[in-house]
Design a protein around this ligand. Structure first.
Ligand code: ADP
Ligand code: ZN
Length: 609
């Protein structure tokens, strides 16, 4: 019975024909009153997992979300669908708060979004006691994990929901979770009896590429100009300063870029975020402070110009590309300096030994991904405990790197580090070591009499890029380490000696030199048209987009809240002649059909008007 009700809601309200993946099972489980822990990649369709049960069950669904800045958009999107939704957070004045509270008490809300700190206030808890709750949805549930970078202490208080409302089903959702994080979430939210729904984390439409960093801003610009001209994208940087300078660089080169980091005022952040969501083709240059909960479906690329700190964070950030299922890029540029810098940051980070060791392990996993000669996606999913076969849509699959025997080269590097390490009080970084190996005479080599060392010039056979690759890989594999002196001085490790003594053969990844030079990244320049339409459908599609733009503007919502590109594409293809035909198109629910049906039919029949 409720099975068909759920499907009915999916069709009528959301305009979708069928559930995807685990959605049906999850929805059913929650409708039947069960607790659930849902792990689905970004873009997998988590929202429906609580929205549909909230519409089927009696009462109001309470959605706990840390994303105050997005609540208005979320509620607007639901209102467009005809769902009775509202939110309570600190941005509202008391009059609106009163109204929302009254609506809740009157049973006039299907969904109510609340920030966790708000939920835990006495006033809010008492309010909830007096109303009728259909379910609790705990969105972004990984915020409860103390090891993650999105940790929110307020989330720890949410285990109380279970004690206070033992009969109300709870559904916790997240796009990021290794097995360890998953059990941490279950434990901290007291989800002991919850069923776990773990979807495939694969996002086949995202093309993964990791390139060697040289002039990174130029490489980034090349990527955008050659493959993503006019596309919306996110560029992640590690520091605020880097965000600022990169955004400025892109703007100076004709790219519509905006900065976003925690150092900007709340107002500027909100404004930039809103422009990113509402305008076409904006590139957001940001720290990881940006992006959680951004459900913009048409982000075409996510670029990292600094090495992310963990695979988990990286996967979540890249997952923000291509939520609409159309082709998208995840592009990361990384180099020797990233490894040195991050190792140093870990050494200097506050926290105990256990904490630093954990950071070190996370970095190692990230480096392993960067240096792999195996399919990137195989590696990524393995991190989440999932197995797939080579994907055919990553740089390694498309342009397999060669492996070469780097044992002798490694021995040369390690000997040079060893020789220099005996000079007390001296600090030599990677650049100097490479100069010595290549026999390049510089002020430093002359002043320090390094040209008389036996290792001087023993590596003239390899280019500087190649040597950087060797050093980087030695660092990545723990065969070299960065001294804790704060200067990035290289030092040997226990493992180094095994290689020096010739007891271990070392296979390395060959740097594709020409490509790295030209800055073309993975080399594939062909841009697949994202909206693939026959010529006769194009004017209709464009007319629909223009119409959508007007409506979105007058409603003050992002265009995709009115209709997704994918829906407009289908309309342009089908060219429906009646309301009934239009209603069969995926993404056109009852409310939108009623509100916009006539205008769409008019636009379709005379696109030029
Ligand atoms: P998540 O929160 O997991 O990142 P969303 O809930 O935002 O993902 O869903 C991603 C996109 O997929 C949305 O645009 C949504 O409308 C669409 N979607 C979700 N479920 C379905 C479905 N069963 N059929 C068609 N489209 C769906
Ligand atoms: Zn692959």
């Amino acid at each position: 019975m409720s099975e068909s009700r759920a499907l009915g809601v999916l069709e009528r309200v959301f305009g979708y024909e069928s559930f995807r993946g685990d959605q049906q099972a999850i929805v059913q489980h929650v409708i039947d009153g069960g607790d659930a822990l849902v792990l689905m990649p970004t873009g997998g369709g988590k929202s429906l997992c609580y929205q549909v049960p909230a519409l089927v069950r009696e009462g109001t669904g309470i959605v706990v979300s840390p994303l105050i800045a997005l609540m208005q958009d979320q509620v607007d999107a639901l209102t467009e669908l005809g769902v009775r939704a509202a939110y309570l957070n600190s941005t509202q004045d008391w009059r609106i708060t009163r109204e929302v509270e009254q609506e809740f008490l009157n049973g006039q809300l299907d969904l109510l979004y609340v920030a966790p700190e708000r939920l835990l206030t006495d006033r809010c808890l008492q309010l909830l006691e007096r109303g009728h709750i259909s379910l609790f949805a705990i969105d972004e549930a990984h915020c409860v994990s103390q090891w993650g970078h999105d940790f929110r202490p307020e989330y720890l208080g949410l285990s109380m929901l279970h004690e206070r409302w033992p009969d109300v089903p709870r559904i916790a959702l997240t796009a990021t979770a290794t097995a360890a994080t998953r059990s941490e979430i279950a434990q901290r939210l007291a989800l002991d009896d919850a069923r776990h729904f773990v979807s495939s984390f694969d996002r086949p439409n995202i093309r993964y590429r990791i390139v060697e960093k040289n002039e990174v801003r130029r490489q980034l610009l090349d990527l955008i100009q050659s493959e993503h001209e006019g596309d919306a994208g996110v560029v992640y940087c590690l520091s605020r300063a880097r965000v600022e300078e990169t955004a400025e660089f892109l703007c100076n080169n004709g790219i519509n870029a905006l900065p976003y980091h925690a150092g900007l005022s709340a107002q500027v952040r909100a404004q930039n975020q809103s422009r990113f969501l509402r305008e076409d083709g904006i590139v957001m240059v940001a720290t990881i402070a940006f992006g959680m909960g951004i459900d913009k479906p048409d982000v075409r690329f996510v670029a990292h110009i600094d090495l992310p700190k963990s695979v988990e964070g990286y996967y979540q950030e890249t997952g923000r590309a291509g939520r609409d299922g159309l082709p998208a890029s995840a592009w990361l540029a990384y180099g020797l300096q990233d490894v040195v810098q991050q190792r140093r940051m870990i050494d200097e980070s506050p926290g105990d030994e256990v904490y630093r060791r954990r950071l070190g392990q996370q970095l190692d996993a990230m480096l392993g991904l960067c240096e792999t000669v195996e399919c990137r996606r195989v590696r990524l999913l393995a991190y989440f405990g999932q197995t797939i076969t080579a994907c055919g849509n990553c740089d390694v699959c498309l342009d397999p790197p060669e492996a070469w025997d780097g044992t002798v080269a490694a021995q040369k590097v390690l000997s040079a580090v060893y020789r220099l390490g005996r000079e007390r009080g001296q600090r030599y970084g990677a650049g100097h070591i490479i100069d010595i190996l290549r026999g390049k005479s510089t002020d430093r080599t002359r002043q320090n009499d390094h040209e008389s060392l036996s290792v001087f010039g023993i590596g003239a056979d390899l280019s500087e890029t190649a040597w950087r690759g060797v050093l980087r890989q030695l660092l990545a594999q723990g065969l070299l380490t960065v001294d804790t002196d704060g200067y990035g001085t290289l030092a040997l490790t226990e493992e180094s000696r095994v290689v020096l003594k010739g007891e271990r053969q070392l296979m390395l990844r060959r740097e594709p030199e020409k490509k790295a030079r030209s800055g073309r990244g993975g080399g594939t320049r062909t841009k697949a048209p994202v909206i693939d339409l026959p010529a006769e459908a194009l004017p209709v599609f464009e007319a629909l987009r223009a119409w959508r733009g007007e409506v979105a503007k007058s409603h003050g919502v992002p265009a995709y809240v009115i209709f997704h590109d994918a829906t407009l594409r289908e309309i342009a293809l089908a060219q429906p002649g009646s309301i009934d035909e239009l209603g069969h198109i995926s993404g056109v629910g009852a409310r939108k059909l009623e509100a916009y049906g006539e205008e769409i039919l008019r636009t379709v029949s005379s696109p030029r008007l």
